[in-house]
Design a protein around this ligand. Structure first.
Ligand SMILES: Nc1nc2c(ncn2[C@@H]2O[C@H](COP(=O)(O)OP(=O)(O)OP(=O)(O)O)[C@@H](O)[C@H]2O)c(=O)[nH]1
Ligand SMILES: [Mg+2]
Length: 258
């Protein structure tokens, strides 16, 4: 998807650069083609529209059109705005090493929550923190096993609920009282040894239309008061990602996206 979009943009930019002088009509034509290319790449309509409006406003600035290399400058505006659109610099998680941290992982079924929870735990461990993975997806026993297996691979403790526990809030409460969270294991961490755990709560997948399950997540969030609520989305979902992110954000005020 991105390589096709890249090829198209290259073509459009090559054409723009070729012009010695550039008129508003040249810019409009290029923007029209870029918009089509974005929509063909399954970029959300509103996102494409806002992007085009921002580029146009900057490109029509006097300084750009009167410069010696207007084509080059406009290509640079495109490039800068595209970088922002694609995420800019990743933000660091707002976790304080000195305080116990709680990270809630949410997302649609099969979006990669459990895998991302383990990747995040591995990253935090590398940074000298003491992550603990907590299984809060209680519907499927295999989901708990999956988290336990991943935790073993990266040598991070995994807190699993009592097999009879059907209430996620109680499962989360039990995990927070567990010694693994309060006192991270003495081995396997660098110096200085972290004194408090960073708990990552892996939840069961939801469909954005499933109000009851979303409500359960809301209650879990109210109970946990996590510093971070991270939404995991599959990078290949295209424009659907916008509606998914909007729904989850409305219900849970997410703080970031993986
Ligand atoms: N290629 C690729 N596959 C991934 C990635 N993350 C997860 N997967 C795969 O996607 C599938 C689903 O990943 P999970 O982490 O189990 O997703 P989940 O959101 O926890 O799924 P549920 O708990 O069932 O809702 C698995 O087969 C993963 O191996 C990724 O970054 N790249
Ligand atoms: Mg999972």
């Amino acid at each position: 998807m991105f390589s096709q979009l890249g090829d198209k943009l290259q073509e459009i930019f090559k054409d723009l650069r070729g012009h010695g002088t550039i008129s508003e009509a040249n810019i409009d034509a290029a923007l029209h083609q870029v918009r089509l290319a974005l929509l063909e790449a399954d970029v959300d309509f509103q996102v494409a529209k806002k992007f085009i409006a921002r580029v146009k406003e900057k490109a029509l600035g006097e300084a750009v059109l009167r410069s010696i290399t207007p084509g080059q400058q406009i290509v640079k505006i495109f490039y800068d705005e595209l970088s922002i659109l694609l995420g800019g610099d990743p933000a660091a998680a707002g976790l304080d090493l000195g305080k116990p941290g709680r990270i809630l992982i949410v997302g649609l079924n099969g979006s990669g929550k459990t895998t991302s929870a383990a990747k995040l735990a591995r990253l935090l461990k590398k940074q000298g923190r003491a992550p603990v993975l907590v299984a809060c997806g209680l519907q499927r026993p295999a989901a708990i096993e999956q988290l336990a297996t991943l935790g073993k691979e990266i040598d991070v403790p995994v807190l699993t609920p009592d097999p009879n526990e059907k209430n996620v809030q109680r499962a989360a409460a039990a995990a927070l009282e567990s010694p693994a969270f309060a006192e991270p294991p003495s081995q396997g961490y660098g110096e200085p040894r972290p004194t408090v755990g960073q708990a990552i709560f892996d939840t069961a997948g939801r469909q954005e239309i499933d109000a009851a399950l979303i409500e359960e997540l809301k209650q879990l969030k109210d109970f946990l008061q996590p510093q971070e609520t991270l939404l995991v989305v599959d990078a290949a979902t295209g424009q659907q990602a916008v509606s998914v992110a909007t729904h989850f954000n409305d219900a849970l005020q997410i703080t970031g996206i993986i």
